[in-house]
Ligand binder design. Structure first.
Ligand SMILES: [Zn+2]
Length: 614
């Protein structure tokens, strides 16, 4: 190489190799010519250069091979389900450039992983961070547990597209967060929303689905009827626009308004557009209790008719289901054996803490609190509402099974600003104290506290969580959102342990403490499997050329501090939420986000856009 101009070498190596093969390039600089080499690099790779702390030498002919950063002496888990091996891993310009036997790589900076596990950053395929990521761009609750990519837009809800005529209804559905100053609502199209995400930067990578609910609201508001033919055409146009902007598919929330008003045929029609862009259909199905098998059947039918792969969201049977999880999983297996691409995700928490108003009939849920109170104060209407909840003809979301079946001892009050004495008590206990009927107690708490009345619903059996965890077609998700233990996202303190400790919790409880899953299988379900589902070819695995989304953890020390051992016992432990222990380092696109000194201010995350053929 001796006589060649260094700048020419750098040019050629960048021009004749794709960005995927950055690892094999040879960059050389010599003293006075350094500037001539650096400038073309800067011009050609501006997005990754910003995070580049070092100009490096990678001279395979010489003695010295210096990488930007080396994670040394780790137990490397590639994410594909293979057992770990001892290795060093080198990062340059945001990507993994080399993986080699332990003790063989040098870096300008070296972090001794000291036998800890080095794995791909976790990809959380089911979250609701659509607005909270704008309030907390650092994505602290996610990145602290090792999550480097989230999929948002689930359960039929995405904040775009949105039409001015329906903006106020949309804001009401998203609740108080939609009033935060960071949520400007100055987007209309899905593309504008994605641009708003990217504009100021993100702590993690974000991929998004477009919500069928958002599309339906934009076309026809919250009307409980079928769309007219022109409204259906409008819905399809909006889905096509979102797919072109980079949505990974479409989600439905068939227990929530307005998704619960949509027929199977309507969803098939809209999913045909998703299919034409090779997108995914993810569904919060039409009932996860009494109707769970019919609802799984409907999701599979939609996938088959529209020609889309199907992801069944958080598919644990909830209290009131006639079967355990093996029955719904059998339907998934049958579909797969017939050649249909159907997969499942689930989180590992047995409870949820929604607003009590979430248990009311769907058409009431988003009404202003004073209107709800007036309805509940009317004796006749109260009786009718009670009947509607028990009959459950439009299946309501999972926790309502506890209302329907009178399981009031499994509902523990968490938040009630106007009736503080009830906190920590079950609705059954409050009713017994007052000598009343628990259903009336439930309604009275709503009258007193409006949407702010929240309770912990203990509605899923751990046995079902284990069945799901062990099934090869089930990946791990949190069903949470980006939170932080300060500011608006902690006021009032939300009961969302999944948002802080889903992934460490699985590793702690179901891998280390009990051999429910092998370590490599748990990691596969957190990394390469969701990456494959989304078509992310260069994330979710540790291999040369992939983006350096990486988590380093200590399995012996890993501890989910957000999950209460006794979640239904007052005072609630671990409250407010805390970040987990044992997650030592987290890198997003090669940038350290969590290290020895906690969370950095960096915002290296990217808005990921689905690669479509059209
Ligand atoms: Zn859902």
């Amino acid at each position: 190489m001796g006589g060649e101009e260094p700048s020419k070498i750098a040019h050629e190596s960048l021009n004749d190799k794709s960005s995927e093969s950055v690892h094999s390039e040879e960059y050389i600089w010599w003293g006075k010519n350094m500037r001539r080499v650096i400038m073309p690099l800067f011009l050609l790779v501006p997005d990754t250069f910003l995070y580049n702390k070092y100009i490096y030498i990678n001279n395979k002919d010489g003695i010295m091979t210096t990488n930007e950063l080396v994670l040394a002496n780790g137990r490397i888990l590639d994410g594909c389900g293979n057992p770990w091996f001892w290795g060093d891993l080198a990062i340059q310009q945001g990507r993994i450039v080399e993986i080699a036997p332990a003790g063989t790589l040098d870096g300008s900076e070296t972090i001794d992983a000291a036998g800890r596990f080095v794995a791909p950053g976790f990809i959380d395929i089911h979250t609701h961070s659509d607005l909270s990521i704008l309030v907390n761009r650092r994505a602290e609750s996610a990145v602290r547990q090792g999550v480097t990519t989230q999929l948002i837009g689930n359960c039929g809800m995405s904040p775009a597209p949105v039409e001015a005529a329906h903006l106020s209804e949309m804001r009401r559905q998203w609740g108080p967060i939609s009033e935060q100053p960071e949520i400007t609502w100055d987007w209309h199209s899905f593309e504008q929303y994605l641009d708003a995400l990217q504009d100021v930067g993100l702590g993690i990578n974000i991929a998004s689905l477009v919500g069928h609910g958002a599309v339906r609201i934009a076309a026809m508001g919250f009307d409980e009827r079928a769309p007219t033919s022109s409204e259906l055409i409008r819905m399809k146009e909006l889905v096509a626009e979102a797919m072109q902007a980079g949505a990974f598919g479409m989600s439905t929330g068939l227990v929530y308004p307005p998704g619960c008003y949509a027929s199977t045929d309507e969803i098939i029609a809209v999913c045909q557009v998703v299919a034409s862009y090779q997108g995914l259909y993810a569904s919060h199905i039409r009932g996860e209790r009494e109707t769970i098998l019919e609802a799984v059947g409907e999701a599979i039918h939609i996938g088959r008719e529209a020609g889309v792969p199907v992801q069944i969201s958080h598919n644990a049977p909830k209290f009131g289901a006639p079967c355990d999880a093996s029955a719904n999983l059998r339907l998934v297996e049958e579909a797969r054996s017939m050649g249909q691409d159907v997969t499942v995700d689930n989180d590992v928490h047995t409870d949820l803490a929604p607003s009590l108003t979430g248990g009311l009939p769907q058409e009431m849920q988003d009404l202003p609190a004073n209107q709800i109170a007036i309805m509940l104060q009317d004796h006749e209407r109260r009786r009718a509402i009670r009947n509607e909840i028990v009959e459950d003809r439009k299946p309501a979301f999972g926790p309502v099974g506890l209302l329907k079946h009178g399981q009031w001892q499994r509902i523990t009050m968490l938040h009630a600003p106007e009736s503080p004495s009830v906190i920590g008590k079950t609705i059954q206990a409050i009713a017994t104290e007052q000598g009343g009927d628990p259903f009336d107690t439930y309604f009275d708490l709503i009258i007193e506290n409006g949407h702010e009345a929240e309770a912990i619903f203990d509605y899923i059996e751990d046995t079902n969580i284990r069945l799901l965890l062990q099934h090869p077609a089930v990946m791990i998700s949190s069903d949470g959102q980006v939170l932080a233990p300060y500011g608006f996202l902690n006021d009032p303190v939300p009961y969302q342990p999944c948002s802080y400790g889903e992934y460490p919790g699985v590793l702690e409880r179901y891998v280390r403490n009990e051999p429910v899953l092998s370590l490599q299988e748990a990691i596969r379900k957190m990394t390469s499997f969701p990456a494959q589902r989304l078509g992310l070819r260069d994330r979710g695995v540790l291999r040369e050329g992939a983006w350096a989304d990486i988590v380093v953890f200590d399995l012996e020390r890993i501890h989910d501090r957000a999950t209460n051992l006794y979640p239904h016992t007052y005072p609630f432990e671990n409250y407010p939420h805390q970040y987990p222990d044992g997650i030592n380092y987290v890198f997003v696109n090669g940038v350290m986000m969590v290290g020895g000194e906690g969370h950095t201010e960096a915002l290296p995350g990217k808005v990921l856009r689905h690669q479509t053929k059209y």
